[in-house]
Design a protein around this ligand. Structure first.
Ligand SMILES: [Zn+2]
Ligand SMILES: [Zn+2]
Length: 867
């Protein structure tokens, strides 16, 4: 076999590290063993459920995937080695729009495209050596999975948790079809770049997620194992605000003129009803039904409102609705403030959102920053009704003289004025009293509002779970009976045609019989949002082949909650809110016992290249296949853990992968040279009376085991773990330098006993096992080990052996010994100084004095001069 030059000139190279040959050998062995990564049933071991978010089968894995799955895999292997019963499954989030787009582009049925992609990505996963239990594979686009989506839908329907209501969708008049938000590009259709997309009202199915708003919010406090950032994002998303609703009656234009279909009452939501005497206008969302009434007879107003809607939509597309430049239009109408009977103008504004609160606010420019900005812009009256309380620092200032510009907009630390019979109350008192007053007089009440909305799950698309509902002329909406599930998604549907839901063009799907009356009925042709699929998939892994139920409760109760869930922070809101909701629903119908699905959550950073996110446009995509072909799977995975702490973004650098590959080569050559499983001493216990050289190496070995183990338990800085193993390998090479190449390791044997050499190599291979499984398995065999490395016990460190040798040093102050400190031998001077100055007796002796000089005489003395 050819040899490669070795960086260490004092040794020869017995063999070359050929990752491809080694990895092929083990790949083939592993391929033949389905039980390798299987979780045990009825195990007496402690369980550990580690899960990475399932990928969308786009066709190929990218480096971000490799990193995500490398983190989970290293953890799964570590927990197996620590004696846990580990569940580490994988599956496919296989429904969704890209399959339909690909179908339209390449004329391939979505199912074929998806299944081919899955086959390809599964092969990539296997080549990378990820330890997934493929017996439990879940593919969400197959009927054996999605039938349970339908089953859950029916269970929710029975309990009033799904309902139908009118809702807006994006509509392309050219396509005559509904567009997903991603298909709206700059306000136009993705296929018709100059055709503006309209909003159209359609009846759609909703899941009542809001019935769990309070619990979803409250239980965030239980999720101590989640990143604070994610909990905050969820808290904001649920967006609970306490406040009041107050009815402002629309003033009739001509007395007695009836209101429009939306009625004559504008209900505003406010968190600051105490400022209502300062309300100088009412602001409506452009989509507010009353605005619809006003514009139906006023085309000039309609044009202006349409403009506001367009502005709102582009701000939403830009992703920052909060930063919208505020615009409004007066409607010319007035509404009556029920507290003081005052007429206030009614405006329509682009920053008022129909999906928050009631879609209407009272504008109080003196005490709300946003209202203030708006009032300044349009010249609306600014009227102060709160003055800072005497205690709040503005003592003695006559309220009349306060410039409203100086009033803190949001303070609750004030006293009401110009507020009728409520003047003189503190804000906090007024909030409660004024809400009660509104309730008593029938024009409002205290309320709690949430930003969280019910979940619209209808999609007018083909590639999704059919919604199991029927429409009968006689019986109306009829659920598909449970025993008739699954409602199979038909194949061979031409989805390139435009005009409505693709399923509505499949007569054999559409037309059916009503289970109630036996008459003709038609099926719901919408499919479910793919977030339904991912809301409960991790339960299915526990019992993936069950055809009687979504899963067996007892089995799920053993595995849940998930001990560690790993995925991108882009899923911090929707996926994790929906799956938390789903768990609470499953608990309430008696399927599971846990309140929350995930005990600990980890969000890894992104993989970037040359400072930018990898993308086709930038041409900076690194292909995992290419990395594996050039450097091996072990090097690619290990580098993705080594390059940065897993929660940070990592910049992919090829020289870094090369470096990791070189290190693996060093480890390989070391073991190839030093493995002597036939030696008589090979399995003997490590002797106690080691030479100083051997003792130093032993200390390093145990320190490394401690460091790696601690990191797995704590902060997960796998980059420093890998660096520590590299340092250990350097120390082993340095000790090997004393070897006599001609004789059969006589010199090594003299300084480092074979029993210890064997022990050290076994432990290094065990440390490498989670990070570089192919190489570790190869070396395990070279060391003469027979057992399954995946279940070999993780090495234990001996705290006494890991401890540095220590020395006692006297501390002199102005020539007198005042204390003695204990520090590791060869401690750096700065460290010894710090320890000396932190010593209690020393601190007492120098208290109040000035340290003029500190000198360290290594191993002997610290001399401090004070005056
Ligand atoms: Zn179109
Ligand atoms: Zn019927």
């Amino acid at each position: 076999m050819p040899t490669m030059p070795d960086p260490n000139p004092s040794t020869t190279v017995p063999d070359r590290y050929d990752a491809q040959v080694i990895e092929k050998k083990w790949f083939e062995r592993w391929a033949g063993d389905d039980t390798l990564y299987q979780a045990e049933s009825n195990s007496s071991k402690k369980k550990y459920y580690v899960l990475e978010m399932l990928p969308y089968p786009s066709g190929v894995l990218h480096m971000g995937h490799v990193r995500n799955y490398a983190i989970g895999d290293v953890l799964a292997r570590y927990m197996w080695m620590n004696g846990y019963n580990v569940l580490h499954p994988m599956g496919w989030d296989a429904f969704g729009l890209p399959a339909e787009n690909a179908a339209i582009k390449n004329n391939t049925p979505p199912r074929d495209w998806t299944l081919a992609n899955i086959a390809n990505m599964k092969a990539q996963f296997k080549r990378l050596g990820f330890a997934f239990d493929w017996q439990r594979e879940v593919t969400t686009c197959l009927p054996e999975y999605y039938r349970w989506n339908q089953w859950f839908f029916l269970k929710m329907y029975e309990r009033g948790l799904v309902y139908r209501k009118n809702s807006r969708v994006n509509w392309c008049p050219e396509c005559a079809t509904v567009l997903a938000n991603e298909q709206v590009v700059g306000g136009c259709c993705w296929r018709h770049e100059t055709t503006p997309v309209f909003q159209k009202e359609l009846e759609q199915w909703f899941v009542r997620t809001t019935s769990y708003s309070d619990e979803l919010l409250r239980d965030l406090d239980k999720l101590g194992g989640w990143p604070e950032k994610v909990r905050t994002m969820q808290r904001n998303w649920i967006g609970r605000s306490e406040g009041a609703v107050v009815d402002f009656k629309l003033e009739d234009l001509t007395p007695g003129r009836p209101a429009g279909p939306a009625g004559g009452t504008i209900t505003v939501f406010t968190t600051r009803v105490d400022t209502i005497y300062g309300a100088t206008s009412v602001q409506l969302a452009p989509q507010h039904p009353i605005v619809g009434d006003m514009t139906s007879a006023d085309s000039a107003l309609k044009a202006k409102v349409d403009q506001l809607i367009a502005e709102q939509r582009s701000a939403r597309e830009a992703g920052d609705i909060g930063a919208i430049e505020k615009h409004g239009v007066p409607t010319g109408r007035f509404a009556i403030n029920p507290f003081n009977g005052e007429r206030v103008p009614v405006w329509v504004a682009n920053y008022i959102l129909m999906d928050y609160g009631t879609g209407a606010i009272m504008s109080v420019p003196a005490h709300d920053e946003r209202d203030h900005e708006f009032a300044k812009k349009y010249g609306l009256e600014i009227r102060q009704v709160i003055r800072p309380s005497a205690e709040s620092g503005s003592t003695g200032v006559d309220s009349q003289k306060i410039d409203v510009e100086d009033v803190s907009f949001t303070t609750l630390d004030g006293v009401l004025e110009n507020s009728g019979l409520f003047s003189g109350l503190t804000c906090n008192d007024a909030l409660a009293r004024m809400a009660a007053h509104a309730e008593k007089n029938g024009f409002g009440k205290p309320t709690v509002t949430y930003r969280l909305r019910d979940w619209g799950i209808s999609r007018q698309r083909y590639w999704g779970t059919p919604i199991p509902m029927l429409y009968c002329e006689k019986d109306g909406i009829v659920p598909v009976p449970e025993q008739d599930l699954p409602v199979i998604l038909p194949e061979n549907v031409d989805i390139t045609l435009t005009g409505g839901s693709p399923l509505s063009r499949v007569p054999e799907f559409l037309n059916t019989t009503c289970p109630k009356c036996g008459g003709p009925a038609r099926r719901e042709t919408d499919t479910m949002d793919t977030f339904v699929d991912s809301s409960w998939y991790f339960y299915r892994y526990t019992d993936a082949k069950n055809d009687k139920a979504p899963f067996d409760s007892a089995v799920a109760n053993y595995w849940f909650p998930i001990d560690q869930y790993i995925g991108g922070v882009e899923h911090a809101i929707l996926h994790l809110i929906y799956s938390r909701f789903w768990t609470k629903f499953m608990r309430d119908i008696g399927l599971v016992k846990n309140d929350e699905p995930v005990e600990r959550l980890f969000s890894q950073g992104m993989v970037i290249k040359d400072g930018a996110k990898m993308s086709k446009n930038l041409g900076n995509i690194v292909s995992p296949d290419e990395m594996v072909a050039r450097f091996g799977a072990d090097a690619a995975r290990m580098y993705s853990l080594f390059a940065a702490p897993p929660d940070r973004d990592m910049d992919w650098q090829e020289t870094g992968v090369e470096g990791v590959q070189r290190f693996l080569g060093r480890a390989y050559r070391y073991v190839m040279r030093n493995a002597q499983p036939q030696h008589a001493d090979w399995r003997k216990p490590v002797p106690d009376d080691l030479s100083p050289e051997a003792r130093a190496l032993q200390r390093k070995l145990h320190q490394t085991i401690k460091r790696v183990s601690d990191d797995f338990q704590g902060r997960w800085h796998f980059n420093t773990c890998v660096a520590a193993i590299m340092e250990l390998m350097n120390a082993m090479y340095a000790a090997e330098g004393k070897r006599d190449d001609k004789g059969e390791d006589k010199a090594v044997a003299a300084k480092i006993p074979i029993a210890f050499l064997a022990d050290a190599q076994r432990k290094v291979v065990l440390l490498l096992a989670p990070f570089a499984p192919y190489l570790a398995h190869e070396l395990w065999e070279v060391l003469g080990e027979q057992g399954n490395l995946l279940r070999a016990p993780w090495p234990k460190y001996d705290a006494a052996l890991a401890k540095e040798d220590e020395v006692e040093i006297a501390v002199q102050i102005n020539g007198k010994v005042r204390s003695r400190i204990v520090v590791p031998v060869d401690s750096p001077e700065e460290y010894v100084k710090d320890v000396a100055l932190a010593d209690e007796k020393v601190r007492a002796a120098i208290a109040g004095k000035q340290v003029v000089q500190i000198r360290v005489i290594p191993g002997r003395l610290v001399n401090i001069v004070v005056k």
